[in-house]
Write a protein that binds this ligand. Structure first.
Ligand SMILES: NC(=O)C1=CN([C@@H]2O[C@H](COP(=O)(O)OP(=O)(O)OC[C@H]3O[C@@H](n4cnc5c(N)ncnc54)[C@H](OP(=O)(O)O)[C@@H]3O)[C@@H](O)[C@H]2O)C=CC1
Ligand SMILES: O=C1O[C@H](COP(=O)(O)O)[C@@H](O)[C@H](O)[C@H]1O
Length: 495
């Protein structure tokens, strides 16, 4: 059984899609595993008029929809800890009602004053909620208690707005009290990057520009924008996926070994890595990043004809780019990244491509041998979790030909079922006060400074959209980007 944690959760946006689809089922998993038991309570808020019973019925449905047995005794015990309070976050005077409710539940469940404020709503409200939590006395005064603020994405839409938001939050919460969610950091195989690198001499001793030719990060999505077009069209793939998830993955791949496995040490190394990421000038941004927008296929509309998307939208649904680090470890080894909607398949993977041997002794004149293939270490993040290492070996015959072979490790399906969902892990980390898998402000700010430069260049020129076919791997420009460097994407259609 896990250690029981004690806290009051207050969910702003408590009737929203994210809360019902991810947050409450994740809390239930923590309850089933014992991290939450007796000493916890949940207040859900939104402007809707609901009573506790109606809210509990909605939570029950959210558990059922996520595959739980919602009519079990365990589920109903869990749900009995849920309370609802209608509240408009812009109504400062009304926070006193939330304060009274929190104090009552604190006594009832002996919560020791521990409070987690989860802002699961539109980001324009984050600053004002944080301010009102403090000025209206919702933060616990008990000196042994914790007050933690969990912030959903997006954290700003450029460096300036992110800084403004951060300045607003910092007036009420210290950096160590702020947990900026990046759900990719809650994924099993993203967390495994550190184990793979720092737990294996074989890997870490080769993890540099002497042995690695290039690293490729692909976050590919099969679906289009679905119901989130009004958010997405204002954001685009660069802000939606690159600034946060891709930059976080790249910083874990690029960072130096932390002094210790603590949030402070890990974040310090990620920040150092991001500091050495080259921020492009106009010409380099234009050359090293390409964008795309999906066209139509069969009866499927193109992006511009999706619901809630303007017919002249120039929002990119695909990005590919090359990142360069100016530091001793990575100078000369590019990181290629790509992400997009409506691509061939749904998957996330990292391909680490090693340099070929300097001399190919098997390419003697009489040999029919094809040149030695590069060794490739692939980290499969999703849908399957695992690693694969491509090596060269002799063919099993009388000749001396070589062929690439693979050593594969795939987490088996039964074990995968036990893997906690990202939000479950992240909520657990918040309960423990462990900030390792959250984005710190310096990380966010360096990521924005990099991304802003690309955006600035793109905003100067109207793109020629649509430019890729649905179910492909993006526009031709993404191929050209890497072929120009005499390289190719490891994952290509039909390989
Ligand atoms: N949904 C998802 O899959 C993901 C969401 N996110 C992020 O999570 C956050 C929430 O997203 P999502 O759940 O989809 O959003 P929804 O639009 O589904 O929910 C928004 C919630 O905020 C409440 N709300 C809106 N205005 C107010 C107000 N003035 N006062 C009080 N409550 C208000 C709404 O209730 P009401 O209108 O009744 O007041 C509702 O509960 C966003 O930051 C989003 O970017 C991040 C990743 C994925
Ligand atoms: O943050 C986001 O991520 C999802 C993709 O997440 P995944 O865990 O399903 O890979 C993406 O669809 C969405 O646009 C973005 O906001």
């Amino acid at each position: 059984m896990a250690t029981e944690r004690t806290a009051l959760f207050m969910f702003f946006g408590g009737t929203g899609d994210l809360a019902y689809r991810k947050l409450y089922p994740s809390l239930f998993n923590l309850y089933r595993k014992g991290s939450l038991r007796t000493h916890f309570a949940v207040i859900g808020t939104s402007r809707q008029t609901l009573d506790d019973d109606k809210f509990r019925a909605a939570v029950k449905k959210s558990l059922a929809d996520s595959g739980n047995r919602a009519d079990s005794k365990e589920a109903s015990d869990f749900i009995s800890h849920f309370y609802y309070q209608a509240h408009d976050v812009t109504d400062t005077a009304h926070y006193s009602v939330l304060k009274d409710a929190a104090e009552k539940l604190d006594k009832k469940y002996k919560l020791q004053g521990n409070r987690i404020f989860y802002l699961s709503m539109a980001p324009q409200f984050f600053g004002t909620i944080a301010q009102d939590l403090k000025t209206q006395g919702l933060m616990s005064k008990n000196k042994d208690a914790f007050n933690r603020l969990v912030i959903e994405k997006p954290f700003g839409r450029d460096f300036d707005s992110a800084k403004q938001l951060n300045d607003a939050l910092s007036k009420s919460f210290k950096e160590e009290q702020i947990f900026r969610i990046d759900h990719y950091l809650g994924k099993e195989m993203i967390q495994n990057i550190e184990a793979l690198r720092f737990g294996n001499t074989l890997v870490e001793s080769l993890w540099n520009n002497r042995y690695i030719d290039n690293i490729q990060v692909t976050l590919s999505e099969k679906l289009g924008v679905e119901e989130r077009a009004s958010y997405y069209d204002n954001s685009g793939a660069l802000r939606d996926m690159v600034q946060n998830h891709i930059m976080q993955i790249v910083s874990l791949l690029a960072m130096e070994q932390p002094v210790a496995f603590t949030d402070t040490d890990i974040r310090a190394e990620k920040v150092k890595a991001l500091r050495s990421l080259r921020v492009y000038n106009v010409a380099d941004a234009a050359t090293n990043f390409v964008r795309g927008q999906y066209g139509s296929i069969d009866n499927q509309p193109d992006y511009r004809h999706e619901d809630n998307v303007p017919v002249d939208s120039t929002t990119e649904t695909f990005v590919a780019g090359k990142l360069l680090f100016d530091n001793y470890r990575w100078s000369g080894t590019p990181f290629y990244v790509r992400t997009g909607k409506m691509l061939a398949d749904k998957f996330t993977r990292v391909d680490v491509v090693f340099k070929r041997p300097l001399v190919d002794i098997f390419a003697f004149p009489q040999s029919q041998n094809t040149p030695l293939a590069a060794n490739v270490l692939t980290i499969f993040v999703e849908p399957h979790a695992g690693f694969s290492l491509q090596l060269n070996a002799k063919t099993n015959d009388a000749t001396f030909s070589t062929e690439p072979i693979k050593l594969d490790y795939l987490v088996d399906a039964e074990k995968s079922k036990e893997t906690p969902e990202p939000y479950e892990r992240l909520l657990h980390d918040v309960l423990k006060g462990d900030g390792t898998n959250f984005s710190s402000w310096p990380e966010v700010s360096y990521a924005w400074k990099f991304v802003d430069q690309i955006r600035r260049v793109w905003d100067l020129q109207a793109p020629n959209f649509p430019n890729y076919t649905p179910h492909s791997m993006g526009p031709a420009a993404a191929e050209e980007l890497i072929q120009r460097d005499h390289r190719e994407w490891v994952y290509r259609l039909n390989n």
